[in-house]
Design a protein around this ligand. Structure first.
Ligand SMILES: [Zn+2]
Length: 207
């Protein structure tokens, strides 16, 4: 969950993804590599001194690293199924993936980071395998896509958009881990200006 909705065309200034550049094979290679980087960042943080760092939300309405990783994993699976649906149906209408509902329903925050990372990489390879073999005619096939607004989209766009999702959330996940690490049990530190910090400091730290 990001506060601003990332673009679905052109250049994303936040993560640098550009819908207008790169061929199919290059886009898929980028996607698989960035999925692996996302998985590695997650497992590395989970293997650190405080494994729960992956479950920390930097702000109440910003997802934690494990929540982003679960989202990316699910996006990869849903998008692969959409490729199959588009090849099988004449006018496919994709069911919304319910990105926010899944967070609670699938208990993203309780999931095992090692298992999530492994599934994320497996789904990236499977998505990549499905995308790499698409012919130019198949890449031009249309389906009705719901996000961010209901619109007909080509399979070519779906592949690029999926690559953007991975790049964008890799960026989110790494930024969040940088923000929350090193975490959790900070050494007591002197109150700097004695104003509002007194009120929010944990009990015992300031006495
Ligand atoms: Zn982006």
């Amino acid at each position: 969950m990001t506060k601003r909705q990332p673009p679905v065309d052109g250049l994303c200034e936040e993560c640098g993804f550009n819908y207008g550049t790169g061929d199919l094979q290059g886009t898929v290679t980028l996607l698989v590599r960035q999925a692996a980087e996302t998985a590695m960042a997650l497992t590395k943080a989970a293997a650190g001194p405080d494994p729960d760092v992956v479950r920390l939300r930097p702000e109440p309405d910003v997802w934690s690293a494990i929540e982003y990783a679960c989202h990316v994993r699910d996006v990869l699976e849903v998008q692969r199924l959409r490729i199959a649906q588009c090849l099988a149906e004449d006018r496919p209408m994709y069911a919304p993936m319910d990105r926010t509902g899944r967070v609670k329903e699938a208990k993203y925050e309780d999931q095992n980071p090692v298992e999530v990372a492994a599934a994320l990489m497996r789904f990236a390879r499977e998505f990549g395998a499905a995308a790499r073999v698409l012919t130019p005619a198949e890449l031009g096939r249309l389906g009705l896509y719901n996000y961010p607004v209901r619109a007909p989209r080509t399979l070519s766009w779906i592949v690029r958009h999926t690559a953007h999702e991975i790049q964008h959330h890799r960026h989110d996940l790494i930024s969040i881990l940088a923000e929350v690490e090193p975490p959790i049990v900070p050494a007591p530190r002197p109150v700097e200006d004695g104003t509002d910090q007194e009120a929010t400091a944990p009990e015992g730290v300031t006495s």
